[in-house]
Design a protein around this ligand. Structure first.
Ligand code: ATP
Ligand code: MG
Length: 442
């Protein structure tokens, strides 16, 4: 059960809120001001604080500051009758999850509570996952799900089938699985199944004895043996012949291999990770891929969504690659104009992350500008982006939006800088931008 702390100096509204929450299955402790709340915070952890703003002796903003400095900080929702843009921006800067002006609609508050609790629960999980996959960039729901799954299954011996379009990061995930498993100090052997002809692939994988075929001039150990006690990554598994499929099935069923020209089985202890950009299920239906092998491989399926389905990751990846390639050629990493960033986000990326990486590498090689605009991107990407107009409004939410977008603009689209300038976390900035549709999320 989520632990909620409700802070409000007026007894009646406080009681009313407690009753409201109870009606919706939420239980809250009560405190009558910031000071009482801090005393409770020192005694126990809360997942969420819902607090009034104006209180004596310690107000909601000060409480927010104290709460967010806790080791496992609760989310904070601020309720106030004195809504102003300054306070709202301040509250966000200090890490508030939401800022609601009174009177508010009951479902607005309940919705905000629900989202805050979901974020808190997700943070606990992701804190650990994303930390340990530092080399894998992204914070979209799609990649987070992949990373969470990866962290759950890495340290098992289960066979993993990684699917996804070309350039989505399948090999990166395969390596991450090995590196987060108990086998990390043992070899990870990678085999690309398309590049080798059938007999060559078989002898590569399983080895052969001298004289077993023309050209087999001496005994040869196969890659499965090389990978013994480690992992083997079979890339493009959808492309292996029926003959090799059969042999692979035996490895999976019996844990042993047979070298070509040798009937003596050899036991191997190998964790098998495979990847393909084909639809294996369709290949099974067409009779190109053995169903029994498919089931054996598809124990843990991990699907990498195409980049166009995780647009949230595009700015993060772009900045990551800008930094990487700027460092490689020894110059200061340039920033991107909002228009350039929009082009990148709007482009459908058929080549996925590999294509994005190439585009950035090329842009950095060809331009010496401190700020890259759409002209520095390749024509196919440039022509996609049209700047979207942002209507200025007068509601609190719209003012906040305008502040954020203007800051972003003045930072030339550099989100890290904008977040720093606004004094909010990147995550908060992203959450905000997403709600503005500034970065389309679908
Ligand atoms: N989330 C990510 N963060 C950082 N770099 C990434 C990410 N995903 C992919 N990359 C990089 O993009 C490139 C392509 O990734 P990878 O080779 O793993 O893709 P793939 O799915 O195996 O592609 P293919 O099907 O063409 O073999 C690599 O340079 C990889 O390091
Ligand atoms: Mg690959």
């Amino acid at each position: 059960m989520a632990k909620i702390l409700l802070v409000e100096d007026l007894a009646n509204p406080r009681k009313a809120l407690t009753i409201l929450m109870k009606k919706h299955g939420l239980e809250a402790d009560e405190a009558e001001n910031g000071q009482a709340a801090i005393e409770l915070l020192n005694k126990q952890e809360y997942d969420l604080i819902v607090t009034d703003l104006k209180m004596q002796p310690i107000d909601g903003m000060q409480l927010l500051q104290v709460a967010r400095q806790q080791p496992n900080p609760p989310e904070v929702i601020i309720l106030t009758a004195f809504a102003s843009i300054e306070n709202s921006v301040d509250a966000m800067r200090l890490g508030a999850f939401d800022y609601l002006s009174k009177p508010f609609k009951v479902d607005v508050l309940l919705n905000s509570i629900k989202n805050a609790l979901a974020k808190k629960a997700q943070n606990l999980d992701l804190q650990n996952t994303n930390e340990s996959f530092k080399e894998i960039i992204g914070n979209s729901e799609g990649i987070n799900q992949v990373l969470w799954m990866t962290s759950q299954i890495a340290n098992t011996n289960c066979t993993v089938l990684i699917t996804g379009e070309s350039g989505t990061g399948k090999e990166l995930i395969a390596r991450a699985i090995h590196e987060h498993s108990g086998r990390r100090n043992q070899p990870l052997v990678t085999v690309n199944c398309v590049t080798l002809a059938e007999t060559l692939l078989e002898s590569e994988l399983f080895g052969h004895v001298r004289g077993s075929f023309t050209g087999a001039v001496r005994d040869r150990k196969g890659l499965f043996q090389e990978a013994d006690s480690g992992s083997i990554f079979l890339d493009e598994i959808g492309d292996i012949t029926p003959q090799t499929q059969k042999k692979l099935l035996r490895v999976l069923q019996e844990g042993e291999i047979r070298r070509i020209g040798d009937n003596q089985p050899i036991r191997v202890d190998v964790r098998i990770i495979v990847a393909t950009n084909r639809d294996l299920e369709a290949e099974v239906a067409k009779g190109n891929f053995r169903q029994d092998l498919y089931y054996r491989l598809n124990v843990i399926p991990i699907h990498l969504p195409p980049l166009r389905e995780r647009q949230d990751d595009i700015p993060l990846l772009a900045h990551h690659f800008i930094k990487k390639y700027a460092q490689e050629i020894g110059k200061e990493p340039p920033s991107l104009t909002p228009e350039a960033l929009e082009c990148l986000v709007a482009y459908p990326w058929p080549g996925n992350i590999r294509e994005l990486e190439n585009i950035i590498e090329r842009a950095l090689a060809l331009s010496n500008k401190k700020i890259l605009d759409p002209d520095d991107l390749m024509f196919r990407i440039r022509k996609i982006g049209e700047s979207r107009s942002q209507p200025d409004g007068s509601t609190l939410a719209e003012m906040e939006k305008s502040v954020i977008l203007k800051t972003l603009q003045s930072c030339a689209g550099n989100h890290k800088l904008a977040a720093e300038n606004l004094g909010i976390s990147m995550t908060t900035l992203w959450r905000k931008l997403k709600t503005y549709d500034h970065v389309p999320s679908e």
